[in-house]
Design a protein around this ligand. Structure first.
Ligand code: GRF
Length: 287
């Protein structure tokens, strides 16, 4: 249990201890304060029970949020709890969404990347900051330069065997990674550095027709050979395995007997362009 909390909150054992102390102290202190206030106001438990209850609830629900920040300061955990409070305030729509800086990873012609770039061109909170590519000369690099988006060209050794690029992305303030036709597997250290913050689109209905080597026309050929009556797209979180993380969106398209891999690819691309940019927005608002 403690290990999974450490993972979820990205903290070490000592920090987890201080966080748990903050929660425990805040709980006790809030209960004490809510009781003391009603006693101090000399509210009668029988005649003033509604007011007593209302006051206690206000302190327990709203006072708690303020008290936890004060207590966290003494445990040296203010930053952690302020981030935690901001998430709650954002969910309650009491604070504007955090700004997100996307890096799009792509290896090919980049039609999805282009749709995403266009969608976020004048967005208030979400910005495409960088296009990352592993293939010199790929179409996506031209698209990035047409839209004045800086690019990073990856090399295999640094990508798979060091933290060099993770460091670069963090230095540039990248908060979310969007894969749009990126053919390399995302290494474990990058998945760990961006937990739940990397997303991919797959041109079929996962878990079918996914995994290593399943990209582009290979996918559409396999779908047609399987004799399926529909295909579709899957948008999913990225983990350490190919096409494997939690699915966050799927939609389908019917297959006609006359379909070929290229007509199916066209239909799938249209679906991707229609849904991916908007689903990214939805995902970012929840992370
Ligand atoms: C898309 O079909 C996507 O599902 C897959 O790679 C393809 C990229 O196409 N992951 P494009 O380069 O965006 O046109």
């Amino acid at each position: 249990m403690f290990e999974s909390l450490q993972k979820k909150w990205k903290v070490n054992g000592a920090q987890l201890g201080l966080i748990l102390c903050t929660f425990a102290t805040t709980g006790t202190l809030t209960a004490y304060i809510s009781r003391s206030i009603t006693e101090w106001l000399k509210l009668d438990p029988i005649n003033d029970w509604e007011l007593r209850l209302a006051l206690r609830l206000i302190v327990l629900i709203f006072g708690y949020q303020v008290i936890i920040l004060i207590v966290s300061f003494f445990f040296g955990q203010f930053k952690f709890f302020w981030n935690y409070e901001k998430k709650i305030l954002r969910r309650m729509k009491l604070m504007p969404p955090a700004s997100a800086q996307i890096a799009i990873f792509a290896s090919g012609k980049g039609s999805n990347a282009e749709k995403i770039i266009q969608h976020y061109e004048n967005h208030k909170h979400i910005h495409v900051k960088l296009v990352v590519c592993n293939k010199p000369g790929a179409g996506v690099l031209d698209i990035a330069s047409q839209h004045n988006i800086p690019t990073t060209l990856l090399n295999k050794k640094d990508f798979f065997e060091s933290n060099k690029f993770i460091q670069e992305f963090e230095d540039q303030g990248i908060t979310h990674i969007v894969l749009a036709g990126f053919l390399w597997k995302i290494p474990e250290n990058m998945v760990k550095a961006y937990p739940g913050h990397i997303i991919n689109i797959h041109p079929a209905l996962l878990p079918k027709f996914g995994g290593k080597g399943m990209y582009g026309d290979h996918v559409h050929k396999a779908v047609l050979e399987a004799g399926d009556h529909e295909s579709g797209i899957t948008i999913h979180l990225v983990d350490e395995e190919y096409d494997h993380g939690k699915t966050i969106f799927q939609t389908t398209v019917p297959i006609q007997p006359t379909d070929t891999p290229s007509t199916l690819a066209e239909k799938i691309h249209a679906l991707e362009h229609q849904h991916y940019p908007r689903q990214i927005e939805k995902w970012i608002s929840q992370h």
